[in-house]
Design a protein around this ligand. Structure first.
Ligand code: HEM
Length: 345
């Protein structure tokens, strides 16, 4: 059993873990391990949106993404996913990851200009960029099984052995290295800056992002039926709640994404991604909303009894970001897109 916090990020605690030192979780789980030289990572969500049939510019935009991401300094890993939002717009998200901020900083300015800048030329499309560039102290990951990293973990050198800080409410906080010495409370309120067609959201300190993924592609027979008939509808209800009523629990925006393959076809993977006022708000929802409490309890039971034989794969990555490590920019998007919601609500 190892700590989710790697030795080089462990410091003298001023805040305690929720569990005693001899706590034993009932099933295994794993976290991403970067080599110690990695100090900061970048998670960049490039989005586009349209209503109804895809406009002609959509193909050009997809081409642009493929070319720009493949250029020198582009992401080491990216994936794509789709969802229809609360205003009825189809949104495509291209999520790109770096583990070297200097490389990102060189690559980003022309990419930003091309996607949301004055020269961006995708008629009929809204485009947006949401970026966090957290220090390795400011985020955590969790995987229910080995062998198929997703998201930022694809860039990690390995997944850990079985970690201690999981399978209890508060495990997420305890896995974030900064929690050893800081409560990561939010400070300030988001505001809007308009620059022609481009709208920027100037957010507050310690905003929280979760990407929580599900992969049922390996499941068979009864496990597949259990996921699709019993778990997924409850998950969807939880995601709909956050999308439509999230503001009541300090969730600014929620997207229940279907992952697409390289040719744009749906896969048997999904993820929920949401922007929260704070880590505490995300904790409150996950431990109290009937939908998540139900799937959490069912998954705990199921993972405890099946152990490594479980074929359903679950993972998440959660970041608490400083103001300086955030960028939100929207061009020709409707006013409930992403973090615009935080300001227009
Ligand atoms: C099929 C879908 C899901 C299942 C079965 C599920 C189940 C679970 C389980 C078993 C844990 C505990 C993991 C551990 O510590 O070992 C967990 C934690 C958590 N889940 Fe989910 N979950 C799902 C989707 C989601 C989604 C979409 C979100 C939010 C967007 C979410 C938010 C959280 C949070 C915030 C925690 C951490 C709670 C804490 O440690 O305090 N989950 N979930």
């Amino acid at each position: 059993m190892e700590s989710a916090i790697p030795p080089h990020l462990q410091v003298k605690r001023t805040r305690h873990r929720r569990v005693p030192d001899d706590y034993q979780p009932p099933y295994p789980a794993f976290v991403a391990r970067h080599r110690p030289a990695v100090e900061r990572v970048v998670m960049a969500y490039f989005g586009l949106q349209y209503r109804g049939d895809p406009p002609a510019a959509c193909a050009a935009a997809l081409d642009w993404i493929a070319k720009t991401f493949a250029a020198a300094g582009g992401p080491k890993h990216w994936d794509r996913a789709r969802y229809v939002d609360e205003a009825g717009y189809t949104n495509l998200l291209f999520v790109a990851y770096w583990d070297d901020q200097k490389i990102f900083d060189t690559w980003f300015p022309p990419a930003r200009e091309g996607w949301t800048g004055a020269k961006s030329n995708f008629a009929g499309l809204g485009t947006f960029i949401e970026v966090l560039s957290p220090s390795v102290n400011d985020y955590e990951t969790l995987f229910s099984s080995l062998g198929r990293p997703e998201g930022i973990a694809v860039l990690a050198d390995s997944l850990s052995g079985d970690v201690m800080e999981h399978a209890y409410w508060g495990g997420m906080r305890d896995r974030i290295p900064k929690s050893q010495i800081n409560d990561m409370a939010p400070d300030g309120a988001p505001s809007i800056l308009r620059d022609g067609d481009r709208v920027r959201v100037k957010p507050h300190d310690n905003i929280c992002l979760i990407r929580s993924g599900q992969d049922w592609s390996d499941t068979e027979a009864s496990e597949r039926k259990m996921y699709l008939d019993d778990v997924e509808p409850v998950l969807r209800a939880g995601m709909d709640f956050l999308r439509d009523e999230g503001r009541s629990v300090n969730c600014f925006a929620n997207r229940y994404m279907m992952v697409l393959d390289r040719t744009g076809r749906p896969t048997e993977k999904s993820y929920g991604m949401s922007w929260w006022k704070s880590l505490a708000a995300l904790e409150r929802w996950s431990e109290s909303h009937p939908t998540h409490v139900r799937i959490f309890g069912a998954a705990m039971k199921y993972l405890s009894s099946l152990g490594p034989a479980a074929k359903l794969r679950l993972y998440h990555e959660v970041t608490v970001a400083r103001t300086a490590d955030q960028l939100f920019e929207y061009r020709n998007c409707h006013d409930r897109t992403g973090m615009l919601n935080a300001v227009t609500a």
